[in-house]
Write a protein that binds this ligand. Structure first.
Ligand code: ADP
Ligand code: ADP
Length: 229
């Protein structure tokens, strides 16, 4: 199972900011949980504890029933794909190299990486001739597709998506949301999706986690949330 579990998790940064307060919730294998709330409510901090970019001060975050702190960092990088708003593609690398970076780090052969890149470009509906281009030669929407392809490259069991479509114009954004829902239906991946947009949270999530000042105030399926807002 690729479940994720937060148990009584609190994060206090070094400067004393308490970003997350006693948060507990779990995401079942194959489900998407969206984390929603205003800027500064602790969404990104919560998400980054899943791939050990942030360490909890107290409490435990587990992936596949094992505390994140017990994973080998390379294994965690393979298991947990990561997509962020400003994409973070490496400018000096081609699209093919960007997409293949995690498989390369974890030791896949060149042939296997090349085949995987072909498969992924098709999945995210990019023309195969982008593989030799550099990120700045692509539009914002195309770059975001590359970001999704890169995060999926090493067949992750968990995906973290931090405002993945936030920087796009509304039409491209809706298109990518719909395409991603299609892609996701064919994958066995557990997703944590951060957004400040409640409509996006309701659309993309099997469950919606509402954060306020670092506290989890509601965690329900969209239909339930609409009944008891
Ligand atoms: P969100 O993603 O909902 O905008 P964040 O998790 O980024 O919220 O931030 C939650 C709180 O923690 C905010 O008050 C923010 O300023 C603070 N914060 C985030 N990162 C750090 C950090 N590295 N050091 C200190 N405070 C931080
Ligand atoms: P640094 O250590 O230089 O801060 P990071 O480890 O944060 O670098 O990652 C650099 C970039 O790689 C990030 O912008 C992020 O988008 C991407 N990245 C990080 N982890 C993954 C992952 N598991 N899968 C795909 N891309 C990732």
């Amino acid at each position: 199972s690729n479940s994720i579990a937060f148990e009584n998790v609190t994060k206090v940064y070094d400067d004393g900011t308490e970003a997350v307060t006693d948060v507990s919730f779990s995401v079942s294998s194959g489900e998407t949980a969206t984390l929603v709330g205003p800027s500064g409510c602790g969404k990104t901090t919560t998400m980054k504890m899943v791939n050990a970019l942030v360490e909890p001060t107290t409490g435990t975050v587990s992936v596949d029933e094992t505390p994140v702190s017990e994973y080998d960092p390379i294994e965690l990088r393979r298991k947990v794909g990561y997509v962020i708003q400003d994409i973070g593609l490496f400018k000096h690398m081609t699209i093919e190299e960007n997409v293949g970076i995690v498989p390369d780090i974890v030791g896949w052969s060149d042939d296997r990486i090349e085949n995987r890149v072909t498969e992924l470009l098709e999945l995210v509906r990019l023309d195969d001739d982008v593989r030799t281009k550099y990120p700045q030669e692509l539009s914002g929407g195309q770059q975001q597709r590359v970001g999704v392809a890169r995060a999926l490259a090493a067949e992750p069991e968990v995906m973290l998506m931090d405002e993945p479509f936030g920087a796009l114009d509304p039409i491209t954004r809706e298109q990518l949301q719909n395409e991603f829902l299609d892609i996701q239906a064919g994958l066995d991946v557990t997703i944590v999706f951060v957004t400040h947009d409640i409509d996006e949270a309701l659309k993309m999530g099997d469950k919606v986690a509402v954060l306020q000042d670092g506290e989890l105030i509601q965690y329900d399926p969209p239909a339930e949330l609409l009944r008891n807002p």
